[in-house]
Write a protein that binds this ligand. Structure first.
Ligand code: FES
Length: 113
């Protein structure tokens, strides 16, 4: 049975062959933001897959929404990428968490002065 490893957290989830990453994450209670219900139109479910991951090739809708350059860099839409074997996913950092981390880093730099 294929498996997805979600990072950060190194959470491993067994999935069905051909299942989308978004669906698998949802079953595993891993939150990936989305607004369009998995139709490939909101681009909120962007993730990164590691280069050696076995996922379906991007279809036209995904190419149109995120572009060839991003696809080459490993970005995929979780609602469009289907699992075909072992997959390693890097989830984007939560925006609020990123803002708090950036603020703490700035404060840390100011305290050093
Ligand atoms: S859920 Fe909207 S593009 Fe994937």
């Amino acid at each position: 049975m294929p498996k997805i490893t979600f990072n950060p957290g190194n959470k491993k989830v067994e999935v069905r062959q051909g299942e989308t990453i978004l669906r698998a994450a949802s079953r595993a209670r891993i939150f990936i933001p989305q607004r369009c219900g998995g139709k490939g139109s909101c681009t909120m479910c962007k993730i990164h897959v590691k280069a050696d991951s076995q996922v379906s090739s991007p279809k036209e809708v995904e190419k149109r929404m995120i572009g060839d350059l991003n696809l080459t860099g490993g970005m995929r839409l979780a609602c469009q990428a289907r699992v075909q074997g072992e997959v390693c996913v890097e989830l984007p950092e939560n925006k609020l968490k990123a803002a708090v981390r950036a603020q703490l880093e700035r404060q840390g730099q100011e305290d050093e002065w």
